[in-house]
Design a protein around this ligand. Structure first.
Ligand code: 4AD
Ligand code: MG
Length: 437
């Protein structure tokens, strides 16, 4: 393939190259046309000089935004350019001249951009977010692969709920049968971990969340490690390792993109190799109550409730770095949590709250090992017993302490990018009021 990619141009100064891409933007002034050409790897300015060829000059002037082009030219050093080069155009092949591209360089509303998401992803910032997401995913896989975890994918069609019945998507599954789209691979992970020792799954999960917040999607990607012969502390240590690894990788590999996103990287640079504070739920409640007394929080937090977004933001702001909160009241948690021996009203769960208001990015804990306890939990949570028989087998045959967590890729990516809403961190977001494009 005769093509040089834009991100490699700086190695080809003085050479003739062929670029293949799309017209991002253009302007002309008298005898020159400046074409901003993009090819996925970057954007480069291509200069067409009327004096070189009148025909090429006229062709360049007539091109609409997002026209598909092959550009032949030579690479010139240019210190004013962010990529250090520009291209002197010799000839242009027009594969398609596009007219009236709907997303112009002016400002557009979010709804409009979301309706045109299939085109919006071509813009500079969206392209940068997708690359950061790629690095978050790659770093996540590398972290687990390098630390003895085996990838074992879990099913998407499932017969029962993992994270409570209120957020289940139901689908018809042949004759009179119902299936649910998985909310989490955890229950199956517990089975694969009993085979492999340490396993992880990584895939899309679904939540019929009626929440319209900047942190919620109805379809999102979750990585879930599960470890046998492990406890609550191991969950926090593993989560800390993962986040440190991801932040370091993103800072290393995505400098260009973080610049495009105008990310204040000083907020991330303090993180790698850090130990994150581990705060007991009781302590977190005290902090929140102080926050209310100081007038920094609007509502007084009561012991036994679940954190709202302002609570999470407040807690993490007290530490200015990611914070684990652990030992939640069992009543606000799923059925499968192991209980604290001294205080059985507490679940051995831990959530990691990201700084800068990004909220919970990791949720997990230690799983209950006792058969009778789980049987009781299933009944109390009104879960269909027959769908959980296989899960109970894991306690009948070789039950051991085990623990794990889930990290949401979109929340982690939004935090890395420093962007407001998770909807921009996945190519095609699914939300309460959005199923297209
Ligand atoms: O805390 P959650 O619900 O935990 C579980 O599903 C466990 N079964 C995981 C496990 O232990 N294997 O979800 C885990 C993470 C959250 O911390 C958050 O990052 C993300 O998944 N998450 C969402 N991301 C986007 N939109 C939503 N609606 C999300 N719900 C959870
Ligand atoms: Mg959670």
């Amino acid at each position: 393939m005769n093509q040089t990619y834009i991100n490699e141009l700086k190695n080809h100064i003085g050479e003739a190259v062929t670029l293949k891409g799309w017209l991002y933007n253009s302007r002309s002034s008298g005898k020159l046309v400046f074409l901003q050409l993009r090819d996925g790897t970057g954007i480069v300015q291509c200069v067409v000089f009327k004096g070189n060829s009148e025909e090429v000059f006229e062709k360049a002037k007539a091109l609409g935004q997002e026209s598909a082009l092959i550009v032949h030219g030579s690479v010139k050093e240019d210190t004013r350019s962010s990529i250090g080069v520009e291209v002197d155009v010799k000839d242009i092949e027009v594969l398609q001249n596009a007219t009236d591209y709907p997303i112009t360089p002016k400002e557009h509303g979010t709804e409009f951009l979301m309706d045109n998401r299939h085109l919006w992803i071509r813009s500079k910032k969206q392209n940068a977010v997708l690359k950061v997401r790629h690095t978050v995913v790659k770093a996540t896989r590398d972290f687990f692969d390098n630390n003895g975890f085996i990838l074992a994918d879990t099913p998407i069609f499932t017969p029962a709920a993992c994270e409570g019945t209120t957020t289940l998507f139901e689908v018809d599954y042949f004759e009179d049968d119902k299936a649910y789209l998985t909310q989490s691979g955890q229950l199956y992970n517990e089975a694969t971990a009993a085979s492999l020792g340490r396993s992880y799954c990584f895939g899309p999960v679904f939540r019929a969340e009626k929440s319209k917040t900047r942190r919620h999607l109805t379809e999102f990607w979750m990585v879930e490690p599960e470890m046998t012969y492990a406890h609550l502390d191991d969950v926090m240590t593993l989560g800390e390792g993962l986040i440190n690894f991801i932040v370091e990788r993103v800072l290393n590999d995505r400098q260009e993109e973080l610049k495009i996103l105008e990310r204040d990287v000083s907020k991330l640079e303090t993180i790698p190799q850090n130990k994150f504070p581990r705060v007991h739920y009781d302590e977190a409640v005290k902090l929140l109550q102080e926050g209310f007394a100081n007038g920094e929080l609007e509502n007084n937090f009561e012991w036994g409730s679940d954190f709202g977004a302002p609570d999470e933001t407040y807690i993490s702001a007290q530490f200015n770095q990611p914070v684990f909160v652990h030992h939640f009241p069992a009543v606000i948690k799923a059925f499968y949590f192991e209980r604290d021996k001294e205080r059985p009203e507490l679940a051995l769960g831990a959530d990691l709250l990201a700084p800068e208001g990004y909220g919970e990015i990791i949720g997990g804990g230690e799983r209950a090992t006792n058969l009778e306890f789980l049987e009781k939990q299933i009944t109390e949570h009104n879960l269909p017993r027959e769908s959980f028989e296989w899960y109970l087998d894991l306690r009948r045959f070789g039950s051991v302490p085990h623990a794990g967590f889930g990290m949401g890729v979109e929340r982690a990516t939004a935090w890395m990018c420093g962007i407001e809403h998770v909807r921009e961190t996945i190519p095609f977001p699914r939300m309460l009021y959005r199923l297209k494009p």
